[in-house]
Design a protein around this ligand. Structure first.
Ligand code: SF4
Length: 216
C-alpha cells in the first residue's frame, strides 16, 4: 500500500528497488501537483541504472522526450566516462542509479519541444519520490548535478556558485554537488575556471576515482 504525502502518492517499501521504481512510476502517472507541468508529460522510463555500486546520480529533470539523460549534459557525462576508459564501467547506467529532482518533463511553453528548468516549488512537490528512492537505496554517494538536484536532496535553497564541488555528509550518505555540464551553463563554469572540455576532463577524473574506490 502506498501512503499519501500532501496529495502525492508514494509507494510502500516492499518489492525491492524494482518494486519501488514501479510504484513511483504508478504514482507519477496520476500525479497532478504541479500546474505548470501541464499537460503532465510523463517520461517513458523513470529512474534507471545499477544499484550495485552504491552511487546515485540526481539530475534536475527528464529531457524533452523523457530521454534517459541523453541531453547535452548527459552527453558530457557519457563522454567523461568514456575518457575514464574503464572496461567494466562503460556507461552511466553501469556506474550510477540515475534519477531526477522532478519526474514530469517540464515542457517549455515558449519553445515547443524544449524543456525549461524545473521550478523550486516543483522540486519541493516531487521531493518525496526522491526521498523514498534514497531511503530504499542507501547509497554511499549521491552526485547531485545542478542546483535544483542538490536542493531536492538537501531540502533547502542552494547557491551553486558557492556550493559547486562541495562534499558533505547527510547521515551515512555523502553528497557531492556539481554544476550542470551544459553549454547553457558556460557563465557559471567559467567562474569556476572551466570550459566544456576541461569540465569534461574533471568529470573523467571524478569517475575514475569513484571506480577506483569500488575496487578498494
Ligand atoms: S513533477 Fe512530480 S510532484 Fe509535480 S506533477 Fe510531476 S510527478 Fe507530481
Amino acid at each position: 500500500m502506498g501512503t499519501a504525502t500532501a496529495g502525492l502518492r508514494v509507494p510502500g517499501g516492499s518489492g525491492g528497488i524494482a518494486g519501488l521504481v514501479h510504484g513511483i512510476r504508478a504514482g507519477v502517472a496520476s500525479c497532478r501537483l504541479c500546474p505548470a507541468m501541464k499537460p503532465f508529460r510523463k517520461p517513458p522510463a523513470e529512474s534507471f541504472g545499477t544499484t550495485r555500486t552504491g552511487y546515485v546520480l540526481v539530475a534536475e529533470a527528464p529531457g524533452p522526450s523523457g530521454d534517459l539523460f541523453r541531453d547535452a549534459s548527459g552527453a558530457v557525462l557519457r563522454e567523461a566516462l568514456a575518457q575514464a576508459r574503464d572496461g567494466e564501467y562503460r556507461t552511466l547506467e553501469d556506474l550510477f542509479f540515475v534519477t531526477h529532482a522532478v519526474r514530469c518533463i517540464p515542457g517549455n511553453p515558449k519553445a515547443k519541444g524544449k524543456t525549461r528548468a524545473p521550478k523550486r516549488s516543483e522540486c519541493g512537490a516531487c521531493r518525496p519520490y526522491l526521498a523514498f528512492e534514497l531511503r530504499a537505496l542507501h547509497p554511499k554517494l549521491v552526485l547531485a548535478v545542478g542546483g535544483k538536484a542538490a536542493e531536492a536532496v538537501l531540502g533547502r535553497p542552494v547557491v551553486m556558485d558557492e556550493e559547486h564541488g562541495q562534499r558533505r555528509r547527510i547521515g551515512d550518505i555523502e553528497l557531492l554537488t556539481v554544476l550542470v555540464p551544459s553549454p547553457h551553463n558556460r557563465g557559471a563554469l567559467k567562474r569556476h575556471g572551466f570550459g566544456m572540455e576541461s569540465y569534461t576532463r574533471w568529470f573523467a577524473g571524478l569517475f575514475g576515482a569513484l571506480i577506483d574506490d569500488l575496487r578498494r
